[in-house]
Design a protein. Structure first.
Length: 379
């Protein structure tokens, strides 16, 4: 097999975490991978921890661009929601000119996805590429619907390499659930897990929606909040403690047992999801992995502020908010007044059984599928 050279461009943590196992797989096959990382993001921290060499860019000069792409056979570019400027600059520079007009032949440009919604951001809607890799088939369908300028066959379902860790848990998920519920002393209780948003624009409504969830829980149920660390940056320092206090008071008033993140952070997030009876969030990486594992039911908290934000800022129009809702794998609640009924429905065993009736475990790890897809696309 002829060795190929890949250029990877990433900005923030999520996308870079996806790239690390992919890089390892390709280099183990004898291929070369080099990284360009946006200096305004935190992707460099991931690569430092993985002991992988990289270049940091603050903006992109034509000289640096030409130097980086020299001898590269394919460019794999992340689609981060934050720290995305370098990714966009590389993609635009590679596709701005007709073939052969610059000093290099056309290099295939492949966009990757670390989350289900980044394709909807206005900045990403203006970016072209040769191919776009999707996490699920439902995700691929939403990209095709939003981007009719992309040929449907150029949007390829390949998976998310950072989610592969969840695949190893699938054969043991019932055992894991039982062990973790004993450990958390909630064997005979209903337990709800909330993953907060990290977006300052919608966190206030997210908190109000989840307080309505707490109000609707049966007494002595267990509520486990997980606060997004980015809130300290997207809102203000100390904000997590402020909403923590709100949650404590609300749980106390509703006689709901609270298990805080100083306890739950000792448990891998995938295993924590398997231990509960329902997962509530606007959306997050963890609930996507949970659904992939065939885990407990996910309920997306999509109040009016969140819907407006997703439609205006992320370009997502109903019903394309959530591929898992479209695929009848998860539930959606759009108003606090609907939460009690939705919670009751979500906690019924027959609901989970119905929404998981067509669930199948992934047939192969995404790292392998994405890597083999990239190799097949190298011209």
């Amino acid at each position: 097999m002829v060795s190929k050279r890949f250029g990877f461009v990433f900005g923030d943590i999520g996308g870079t975490k996806m790239a690390v196992p992919l890089r390892d797989y390709l280099t183990n096959l004898g291929h070369e991978v080099k990284f360009a990382v946006d200096g305004n993001g935190k992707g460099a921290d991931v690569l430092k921890e993985a002991k992988i060499n990289f270049e940091v860019f603050f903006g992109l000069s034509q000289v640096d661009f030409t130097r980086f792409i020299k001898d590269v056979d394919l460019m794999f570019i992340g689609t981060c929601a934050t720290a995305l400027e370098l990714e966009i600059e590389f993609a635009n520079n590679l596709l701005r000119y007709p073939y052969g007009e610059m000093e290099y032949d056309h290099i295939p440009v492949v966009l990757g996805a670390d989350g289900l919604f980044n394709h909807g951001l206005k900045k990403w809607q203006a970016v072209m590429a040769d191919y776009w890799l999707a996490i699920t088939e439902g995700h691929a369908q939403t990209i095709r619907a939003l981007r009719p300028d992309f040929s449907p066959d150029k949007v390829i379902f390949a998976g998310q390499p950072a989610f592969d860790v969840a695949m190893d848990l699938i054969p043991r998920k019932e055992e894991i659930r039982s062990q973790r519920r004993i450990e958390l002393e909630m064997q005979n209780k209903k337990a709800i897990l909330w993953w907060s948003t990290g977006l300052g624009e919608i966190i206030k409504e997210d908190v109000e929606m989840v307080k309505a969830v707490i109000s609707a829980l049966p007494q002595n149920a267990v509520f486990m909040p997980r606060f997004h660390p980015k809130l300290e940056d997207t809102v203000r320092k100390g904000y997590i403690n402020e909403i923590r206090t709100e949650i404590v008071e609300h749980c106390r008033a509703n006689k709901v047992q609270l298990v805080f993140d100083d306890v739950t952070r000792k448990i891998p997030s995938e295993e924590l999801c398997l231990a509960v009876d329902g997962i509530f969030s606007v959306t997050c990486t963890e609930d996507v992995k949970n659904t992939m594992m065939g885990g407990p039911l996910v309920v997306h908290l999509m109040g009016p502020v969140v819907r407006e934000f997703y439609e205006e800022e992320w370009g997502l129009k109903p019903p394309y908010y959530f591929p898992d809702v479209l695929g009848k794998e998860s539930l959606l609640v759009i108003h606090p007044n609907d939460i009690a009924n939705t919670l009751s429905l979500a906690l019924r065993p027959e609901t989970l059984k119905l929404l998981r009736k067509d669930w199948q475990p992934p047939k192969e790890k995404a790292t392998v599928k994405v890597a083999e897809t990239l190799l097949a696309l190298v011209r």
